[in-house]
Design a protein around this ligand. Structure first.
Ligand SMILES: O=C(O)CCC(=O)C(=O)O
Ligand SMILES: [Fe+2]
Length: 300
């Protein structure tokens, strides 16, 4: 199409460009999230074989599941950190954080983080103490010789929309109240601190964009005026009661060779306590970096 401006200059637009940039956002392959309760996921657990994940179509399916369900598993991955890294880098580059690019942990208490124990950990989001929390977390079980250590996932956006149905007022409180989170490692002299809301909405669509939920990392609530604290706790506890509700909890055993990827802006994760030696390896991907890959495949 030829466009002539008021000053007489001429610009040519390709038909495809005009369609792609039109106000209509119904692109053929766009994926919208399917919010889930645990029984909806039991029969369609998204798994991709390692060799398939290495093909273009396999990669597309993996990242499609990540967008739709907020998680996906790659199975049959050789039990090495290098292979964990390869599986993740097949999607996009790995974020470098205070824990390093690729971290691994056992229950030796090496870092001041609950992950480095053999305790159960309730559903939470990671890096809530970052201003921009990590978009995706990946976890690979390299070894486990004992009992327990099951993995828990909860669709936090589903839980939050349940709060919206029950009490729009509480939902609004969670989108407006500033809650600080922090991570302090005295030995390594790390001190991270963020001020964000528990729920944040996309400025454009007003749909949920991010859930930040981590009681372990919550800092003293000095950001909330005393007269608002009771209402905040009512709202927060309502959200928590949806999160710990068994119909929203998806439990499964992450076997050695399975790499789990999940959207840390949407899903909460946790684990049950365990015995024996258990070594997990993992890392983070950036939200924008993953979204860029989604756009490359016309999924976003
Ligand atoms: O040990 C696990 O399965 C998960 C621990 C955890 O919450 C994490 O690594 O972020
Ligand atoms: Fe975690």
């Amino acid at each position: 199409m030829l466009y002539t401006g008021k000053d007489g200059h001429k610009t040519t637009y390709k038909r495809e460009w005009l369609i792609e940039n039109s106000y209509c956002d119904k692109r053929s392959e766009m994926v919208t999230p399917t919010y889930w309760s645990s029984n909806q996921m039991k029969n369609k657990f998204p798994v991709m074989n390692y060799n398939d994940h290495n093909t273009e179509n396999g990669l597309k399916s993996s990242i499609k599941n990540l967008l739709r369900y907020g998680f996906t598993v790659v199975d049959g991955v050789p039990l090495s950190k290098q292979d964990t890294k390869n599986v993740a880098e097949r999607i996009c580059f790995i974020l470098d954080t205070v824990f390093g690019k690729l971290w691994s942990f056992t229950s030796d208490g090496e870092r001041a983080d609950t992950a480095y124990t053999n305790d159960g950990i309730g559903a939470h989001t990671d890096t809530s103490y970052f201003t921009n929390p990590a978009g995706v977390q990946f976890l690979h079980c390299l070894e486990h010789t004992g009992e327990g250590g099951s993995t828990l996932l909860v669709d936090g956006h589903n839980a939050a929309y349940q709060v919206l149905d029950e009490s729009p007022e509480d939902f609004n409180i969670l989108t407006e109240t500033i809650v600080p989170h922090e991570y302090i490692d005295k030995k390594l002299k790390d001190h991270y601190y963020s001020t964000g809301t528990v729920l944040s909405l996309c400025p454009l669509t007003k749909k949920l964009q991010n859930i930040r939920f981590n009681r372990y990392d919550m800092a003293p609530l000095i950001t909330i005026p005393p007269e608002k604290i009771n209402k905040f706790y009512t709202a927060y506890n309502r959200l928590e009661s949806r999160i710990i509700c068994s119909s929203n909890e998806l439990w499964f055993q992450l076997q050695p060779g399975m790499v789990l990827f999940f959207d840390n802006w949407r899903l909460l994760h946790g684990r049950s306590g365990f015995t024996g030696r258990r070594e997990m390896c993992g890392g983070y991907l950036g939200k924008d970096d993953l979204s860029s890959v989604h756009r490359r495949f016309h999924l976003l």
